[in-house]
Design a binder for this molecule. Sequence first.
Ligand SMILES: NC(=O)c1ccc[n+]([C@@H]2O[C@H](COP(=O)([O-])OP(=O)(O)OC[C@H]3O[C@@H](n4cnc5c(N)ncnc54)[C@H](OP(=O)(O)O)[C@@H]3O)[C@@H](O)[C@H]2O)c1
Length: 137
Amino acid sequence: NIKAGDKVLVQGTGGVSIFAIQIASALGAEVIVTSSSDEKLEKAKELGASKVINYKTHPDWEKEVQKLTNGKGVEHIVEVVGGSSIAKSIEALAFQVHIYVVGFLENMEAEVNLFSLLAKQARIQGINVGHHRAFED
Ligand SMILES: NC(=O)c1ccc[n+]([C@@H]2O[C@H](COP(=O)([O-])OP(=O)(O)OC[C@H]3O[C@@H](n4cnc5c(N)ncnc54)[C@H](OP(=O)(O)O)[C@@H]3O)[C@@H](O)[C@H]2O)c1
């Protein structure tokens, strides 16, 4: 349900994330990408990312996301890191929006601060690979 003008956070520059950058930017969303590499972040911009954060030089990347969105947060997060990243993702969110859990590169277990979750009225949704018709839709 991404619409033009929505802000989408994509984590890292793996296969899932590169696809997410391309489809979200094609839908007119403003895409923020994190990576450990400035070189990869430049490539991400070529593929449609509008803003980038190096998560090695900015371990508190959720605060950078809030700065880049003037304190509003993002409407969608494509979560591939999992583990300790989930708590940070909640902090990077706008109100009443989604984290989509696609993978867990760091850890399958995550500790979530339930106060942050309810303060943001956030939703965390698991997502699996879909089929061709869904992609065409
Ligand atoms: N739900 C599904 O149907 C589905 C489908 C496909 C994949 N998956 C899962 O989705 C996840 C991603 O898959 P993928 O194929 O895109 O993986 P991948 O190509 O191996 O992605 C690896 C990249 O993720 C980034 N990364 C790793 N650890 C990170 C961390 N701590 N913080 C931020 N970024 C980090 C790094 O980006 P940089 O090098 O830029 O730092 C790394 O290059 C995996 O867990 C996979 O099992 C799920």
